[in-house]
Design a protein around this ligand. Sequence first.
Ligand code: GTP
Ligand code: MG
Length: 203
Amino acid sequence: MKIKSAEFVMSNSDVAKCPKSRLPEYAFIGRSNVGKSSLINMLTSRKSLAKTSGRPGKTQLINHFLINNNWHLVDLPGYGYARVSKSSKKVFQKFITQYFGSREQLVTAFVLVDIRHTPQPIDLEFMQWLGENGIPFSIIFTKADKLRPQAIEKHVDDYKNILLETWVEVPNYFITSSSKDIGKDDVLGYIDGLNENMNLEAN
Ligand code: GTP
Ligand code: MG
């Protein structure tokens, strides 16, 4: 898929105020600093469409972007940011839960995972929660430029093995690097395919 246009639509902390349109929506979620905003910029070939930062906790709101006037891409705040207070963690959990619980337009979530780390309980728990709530998701491994190919393979295998302890199948996954432009066509091609399926179903 070629990205012809990518526009910021709105930022929100209130799920009820998110765009009302029925355009298919794809949400990017994962731990703070995993590279969600960077990935969105890489996918759209726009340097600073989504705001990035070396400091965790940059994205605090639900950010909608309109792509090709045809679908929404959503940048969500990261979970698992240790330095936020317990009460703001609760608020945050609430709005993430509300987002996933109420956005019927959501086609799939992309859960981003830093490829350098061993499988983290917080990510596995989040995937479990999505599964229990019937929300489809794929995994996007980020920062692949930081590892050699062999290590990438090993880390992905470790992940698969741990997922197979609770899941019947390994979810779809993608290996990406925003700094080296890796994985872009795979992710965009996947979204394109899902959008086409939605059109077929609608007609
Ligand atoms: P929050 O909004 O705080 O939850 O973070 P985020 O997940 O949106 O991460 P963001 O895109 O802001 O990136 C965090 C840091 O990781 C930045 O310093 C990025 O430059 C760096 N980063 C993101 N993607 C990559 C990548 O593919 N490779 C490398 N080497 N660094 C990356
Ligand atoms: Mg961000």
